[in-house]
Design a protein around this ligand. Structure first.
Ligand SMILES: Cc1cc2nc3c(=O)[nH]c(=O)nc-3n(C[C@H](O)[C@H](O)[C@H](O)COP(=O)(O)OP(=O)(O)OC[C@H]3O[C@@H](n4cnc5c(N)ncnc54)[C@H](O)[C@@H]3O)c2cc1C
Length: 419
């Protein structure tokens, strides 16, 4: 059996029952490929809707981004209300903004309804890395309210920021009580259990190698389905090379300190998760056992740095110099799948539905995606279609050049952060 890569998440997740590999060929209504939030939420929603669902995962449930991410649960479609208005105009922006709000409400309802024990906490701060960012955050709240947003984000002025973050690195922020944080691997495993309770059958250690019509081939047999859900995020290239032109993998790394005792609540008194406003952002939060989980640093290629703690720790110390003597117990990496527009790549081609590329904001939206896919299969696909219509152009440069060209672009933005 494949083992999880070492991380604080793998060390603290609930033990899960073995989910045997597919053995032989099977007929089913829906074949789901990928055991992250997209695939698991699809299996859950479709099994609830009465479909006979099989899910196959190449490694283990939550092995990909869903079991390694920062756990920051942030509503929205990755672009703020002001950007949506600029790009699409007020009426379309209003409809898109409402999907982001729906992702938030659905997320907290899902955790409560399915009784998922994933250390869920409400509260999130977007911290202003530069004084000028405060004007953007104020404009964002105004735009969000103009679009009829149902959340209640508020500005936190610099003098009030210590109620959330004990750091001199920031100039204020935006506090959103509807956002929050979770243990991402526990969330994935909880979704898997819920999907099984609803009747879905899950197989680990079963990689799809080809799709033909609605038949999925694996090295262990075939799934002969009526509909296929492609939910493999960064793994999409092997199964749908044309879709791979629209996404790129960017490496991102996280460290966990030793348990900090009283210091943890001093660093982050409100227990809100934090992400800063920079293009290449730092983000961090407390863990349930009183560690600081911190992500930072720039690596524009897939894969892990050779020494994750050495790579990330300087960024943590810039924000929290108080931690200069804190031991780092864990460091791990994952690939964030991004699109050029930063909108998720969602669509339907014949009997095959795909959704991936949430561009670093897939915790809430990935968990909603299964419900949207189930609605689409039931003939009520307006929301799914709205997401499918969002622009997700291919990265320029083709297979060989798209990574270097994008790296050059990212470096420019990162440099701008420092000016
Ligand atoms: C380090 C990191 C930090 C992040 N932080 C945040 C955050 O704080 N907040 C946030 O909202 N988002 C964050 N994200 C993004 C978020 O984790 C993802 O958008 C989300 O988990 C994607 O879910 P998914 O189900 O689409 O993909 P995944 O979770 O990657 O699942 C895809 C699964 O498909 C499997 N697979 C691939 N190919 C095949 C195949 N051929 N056959 C069978 N199975 C296959 C993989 O093994 C994998 O388990 C982060 C991502 C990373 C990597």
């Amino acid at each position: 059996m494949t083992a999880y890569p070492p991380s604080w998440y793998a060390a603290t997740a609930h033990t899960a029952p073995p989910r045997p590999a597919l053995d032989g060929s099977v007929d089913c209504d829906v074949a789901v490929i990928g055991g992250g939030y997209t695939g698991l939420s699809s299996a859950l929603a479709l099994a609830r809707a009465g479909h006979d669902v099989r899910l196959i995962e190449a490694a283990k449930i939550g092995w990909g981004a869903s079991g390694r991410n920062g756990g920051q649960a942030i509503p929205g479609l990755r672009k703020g209300a002001a950007e949506l208005i600029d790009q699409f105009g007020e009426a379309p922006a209003r409809a898109l903004n409402a999907i982001g709000d729906r992702a938030r409400d659905h997320f907290w309802d899902l955790i409560a309804r399915e009784n998922i024990d994933c250390d869920a906490r409400r509260g999130h701060v977007q911290a202003a890395a530069h004084p000028a960012d405060m004007a953007h955050l104020r404009a964002e709240i105004t735009a969000y309210q103009r679009l009829g947003g149902t959340g209640t984000p508020v500005i936190v002025e610099k003098p009030d920021l210590p109620a959330h973050i004990a750091s001199a690195a920031y100039h204020g922020g935006l506090f959103d009580p509807g956002a929050g944080h979770v243990h991402p691997l526990k969330l994935a495993l909880g979704l898997a259990t819920a999907a099984e309770r609803a009747g879905a059958v899950l197989h680990e250690d079963t990689a799809a190698t080809a799709i033909s019509g609605a038949t999925v081939t694996t090295s262990r047999g075939q799934l002969r389905a009526r509909t296929v859900i492609l939910a493999c995020d960064g793994g999409i290239g092997a199964l749908a090379p044309d879709l791979a032109r629209k996404v790129m993998a960017v490496g991102n790394s996280i460290i966990a300190t030793e348990p900090l005792g009283d210091m943890a609540a001093k660093l982050l008194p409100s227990d809100a998760a934090v992400a800063d406003t920079r293009f290449v952002l730092d983000y961090f939060r407390r863990s349930a056992d009183g560690r600081l989980l911190f992500a930072g640093g720039e690596k524009y290629l897939p894969g892990a740095p050779a020494n994750v703690p050495a790579f990330v720790r300087p960024h943590m110390l810039r924000v929290f110099p108080q931690l200069k003597d804190a031991r780092i117990d864990y460091g791990w990496s994952g690939d964030v799948t991004i699109t050029l527009s930063r909108f998720a790549e969602v669509g339907r081609r014949g009997d095959v539905i795909h959704a991936h590329g949430y561009s670093g904001q897939g915790v809430m939206l990935g968990c909603l995606m299964g419900t949207l896919i189930a609605e689409a299969l039931a003939g009520n696909g307006a929301t799914f279609d709205r997401l499918a219509a969002l622009p997700t152009p291919a990265f320029p440069g083709g297979a060989l050049l798209r990574t270097p060209l994008h790296v050059a672009g990212m470096l420019w933005y990162a440099l701008r952060d420092r000016l």
